[in-house]
Design a protein around this ligand. Sequence first.
Ligand SMILES: [Zn+2]
Length: 306
Amino acid sequence: VRVGVDIGGTKTHAVAIDGTGRPVHQVLAGTGSGAAAVLAAAVDTVTRLAEDCGMPTWQFESIGVGIPGTVDVASGRVANAVNLKIDELELGGELSLRLGSPVHVENDVNAAAFGAFRLLSGTLGGDSMAYLNLGTGLAAGLVLHGELWRGARGGAGEIGHIPVDPNGPRCSCGQRGCLETVASGSAIAREWPTGHPRPVQELFQAAAAGKHRAIEVKRRLVRNVASAARLLVLTMDVETVVFGGGISSLGEPLLEAVREVFADWAADSPFLASLDLPGRVAVLPDEFPAAAVGAALVGGTVSEVL
Ligand SMILES: [Zn+2]
């Protein structure tokens, strides 16, 4: 049994997976903020999983953790996990001590990319994939030749901070008009303020109902999401771009809207038409715990498992 833990801004989600990579037990807990709360939530979920599995935590074959922020996978150190109010934390070391077992730490988007690849590569084909996380922020994880590509310094796939509009809003990173500011949950929050618990669903419904402002905001959002996917295909030539994160819970309507944008572009550009962008996008199935499953798999020797 391998265990993966996805530490998110509000929830910590732990899964135990069997030899085929299928989740057999799952546990959820609130995360809280600050190092102590984050550690406590991770230990709590893994301990509860151990009870469910009927074995002590140190008997798990491997334990992996996905967390937002800058992760040094060799040391297990996390830095700049802003949403969790963590400047720096020896997450791997601290958890290993508490759980009595080595713990592999991975950036959460990279973990989700690997989980998505393991789930979908059989149906989508190819040995390369970009996972585009459309959450509050925007970032991509890359799987090349079946392995996670983190980059020379761990920054691969940080396309959310490519400026696309010199006159756009100031980004949290200090630049102006980053892709993240126009193709993410924060873009929707700025352009379509609402108290609705699922703002993007409400936006798409309002657009379908013919509200002009909603149509305009939706069109811009979808165009920018399509741009992000095009960017990933043009830079990495990955076989597939898989959408995940909060906005991807739209499912098929998001894919349809993005494919319409691709079709518009292809009509003007034989070059883009030749890339077959509409055939190269997919959406992560709702509720699949990609980051937790990916965290469980990426730390171990995956070929042994699958
Ligand atoms: Zn930025």
